[in-house]
Ligand binder design. Sequence first.
Ligand SMILES: Nc1ncnc2c1ncn2[C@@H]1O[C@H](COP(=O)(O)OP(=O)(O)OP(=O)(O)O)[C@@H](O)[C@H]1O
Ligand SMILES: [Mg+2]
Length: 494
Amino acid sequence: MEPILAVKHINKFFGTNQVLKDVSFSVEPGQVHALVGENGAGKSTLMNIIGGIHKPDSGDILLDGNKITIADPWQARELGISVVFQELSLTPNMTVAENIFVRREAASRFGFINWKKLNQQAQDLFDQIGINLSATALVSSYAVGMQQIIEIAKAISFDARVIIMDEPTSALSETEVDRLYSLVGDLTQRGVAIVFISHKLNEVVRIADKISVLRDGQMVGEVDPKASDQGEIIRLMVGRNIDDLYPEKGIDSSDVILEVRNLSNPPVFDDVSITLRRGEILGFAGLVGAGRTEVARAIFGADRFVSGEILLDGVPVEIRSPRHAIEAGIMYLTEDRKMMGLFLPMTVRDNIVAASLDQYRNAVGLLQHKAIVERSQAFMDLVDIRPRDDRTTVVNLSGGNQQKSLLAKCLSAHPKVLIADEPTRGVDVGAKAKIHQDLRKLADQGVGVIVISSELPEVLGLSDRVAVFREGHLASVLAGDDISQEAVMRHAIR
Ligand SMILES: Nc1ncnc2c1ncn2[C@@H]1O[C@H](COP(=O)(O)OP(=O)(O)OP(=O)(O)O)[C@@H](O)[C@H]1O
Ligand SMILES: [Mg+2]
């Protein structure tokens, strides 16, 4: 079939760094074409070229066989190319409808915007694609997963012929993922071409008609998902086998490091009591909206709670803000790295040391530059941030490497307690196994670790105990051999 869109022999440099090397790629109507590769392989860069954000240094872009140039994202949309960006690009303090129709509002001749009409249009769109969203609610009132769905709804609203989804499921729960799959099915039925970028290879194999593999800026192969397994894809991606076994579980400890007593903020969560022991990984499981992240945020001082108590090393602590939490030794690796975690315009170095600056002061309070440089290098090595240059601005890192920077930032503060919310969001298979080991190593050093993840296998594989939440209550705490998918689901749903 004739491709709708093709790129040929694309080269792209950032400074002297060549991130795309003679790349060719095309998409056909009604097909899902997956693009996979390690963190930093060049996937987003390639899609940003197609989406009009970056210009290639050389090479051609063809639409229906005709050479075109794409000046900016708005022109890309006019040409029928719509991108769901890896990093959320919504404006949180505007409504859902405003975000979807921004810069193309159905303005009347006198420049007035007919909000009633716009809201209705947005609501119709949601009904049509079967999602439960309110057009007039603020984007900030939705959790990250739902914001990702809003991004997708926005892309669909442009009547695109090509929709590029750059890790659309990295923050979605299972039901939301199913919803997305059926959306993708509807779109391909109508002849839309989908580019699907994901590190979740089981998803890729399930949804794609064709898989292209990018390694170090080069196309290294095309795989037929029906005729190949994940192992083969991984070998093409990284050039070796990855052993994705979870690290061994920790030793039993009875030494409680963090205790949460009767924490309540109804109706979000109510009467939650939890103990976290030194050296253990405690998983938080439950459906979306069950209160996992909300409890974690309350412990970190990011959200208020109306009653209850938090004890650290047996001593009640008053945590009124994230600053207090960090000072007390609690770090939170956030689900939403843009909103709460990283300072994108700053360098990797400054981000890594930002939460622990006081550790780098000498006797008279001056910052010790050499110590800062050494430490930031050490933590970049530890979590394997690529490229290994701590003066890189975080915004210029690939998505997965931004996630690793966030982990480095949390670790460099030497926390007593680390709350890791979606710790492997957007990282490739190799880096994921590495982060799992890092978390276990941290626990072995005596840190109490809480892990929240939308991937149940990750929670089960990592945790020594699992706290299951249901509708804002702690339904059960499972340990040892009692930890299983069935047991978690039984308590999470009932
Ligand atoms: N604006 C930029 N300026 C400089 N370098 C950049 C910029 N954007 C990306 N890079 C670099 O280009 C390379 C490819 O990054 P890209 O974001 O395309 O990777 P990716 O395959 O999408 O990875 P991930 O799976 O982590 O999202 C990386 O080395 C990255 O640091
Ligand atoms: Mg990317």
